[in-house]
Design a protein around this ligand. Sequence first.
Ligand code: T4K
Length: 418
Amino acid sequence: MPKQFEKPIYVTRPFLPPLADFSRQLQEIWGNEWLTNNGPVLQRFQKELCHYFKTDNLCLFNNGTLALQIALQGLQLSGEVITTPFTFVATTHALYWNKIRPVFVDIEPKHYTLDPAKVEAAITPWTTAILAVHVYGYPCRLQELADIAQRHKLLLLYDAAHAFGVTVDGKSIGHYGDLSMFSFHATKLFHSIEGGMLMFADPGQMKGFDYLKNFGFENELEVVMPGTNAKMNEFQALMGSQILGHVEGIISRRQKIDALYRMRLKEIPGIHIPELQPSSVKFNYGYFPVEIMSDEFGLDRDQLYNALQRFNVFTRRYFYPLITDFACYRSLSVKDPLTQARKIAHRILTLPIYDSLALQDVDRICECIETTCPNLKDNNRPMKTVLPDRLHPSPALPDGKKPSIDLPMPLKQHMSRR
Ligand code: T4K
């Protein structure tokens, strides 16, 4: 029986650049006495990102949610937008904040992204766009969605919150579709503490997004639209700028963790690991989702989730419940039975994966899963893995080792009570 971890192992931990590097560069901010409102560090970070993404068409925000809300507003979308129920709530909230009706359709079972056939079947005269999510960084069915969007004259938008660093056929995933939103939240493999970015095909959109994130100011005396405040500040930009230089290393260390999980978990009955991406995709290993098939594993997903907590391992059930099952969206009528999404939401478990997670700890997490699996007979237990050298130091352990619609009903009631 593996020992409980001395310190909690979370689903993720933020990458932090060397403190000395960060402190040194903080002096620049102190020297500038400029903390936000399109400061010099932000402008430099924006240029670095333009170079990284090979585009001039990107705009920075204080978080991904506001970036997406502003995107929908700037594009003046209304009516219905076809989207996925298998995502983080912010995807749908952004539609609601723009009074757009989300039309939920099912996902495909292999990599959990929107099923193009379901998208096409859900188009009505009120549909204005498709908002698909590269969930866990898995690219959506890009060509099929692009064909549908073109055939029906719809905008194709991607929530690429999880997809920083992903490329398809040598191009950043942000180059696909009309617009993509990236989240730079601390829980992402690339972050700026909090932050978000829009990348878009039409350079004409830039001015509108810039207005919308800065109150609509044209100049000191003129406000041209009712914007909001969604600006990234200098500290966020500094963090992002510093981490950008580490991003390839972060991805390759995560790839090793992914490979070790795959090797260790494949022998355990009832653990389904999504297929590796094809060679045309450079993946980012941002998440490590698995499906727990209760009949074969001997416990259901929630039982395993709880059992792992007793070992001090805090996995997450991203994305359960489905968006359609949250109190604030439950009253929406959804035509699609969401068969795959429902099944997957009940089986999915995202395992810890982050830069400072030592391979020894990944091995131990796998041992915890093996020990918990009632259907793994003793003589089937895999041999102890001989690990390659530690990737990099892990946190110290006590033993001294370095290891335009109506609000949905509940929301309406809630608001009228206030
Ligand atoms: N679209 C999609 C598809 C998204 O996934 C998200 C965000 C968005 C849009 C919106 O983008 P942002 O507006 O957030 O930029 C987390 C994140 O807060 C959220 O950004 C993310 N998706 C979502 C998938 O995960 P929670 O509620 O699970 O976070 P929390 O605080 O429970 O953190 C998870 C674990 O990470 C903790 O157990 C411990 C660890 N952690 C967390 C933080 C914040 C740390 O070790 N250090 C930290 O500083 O939502």
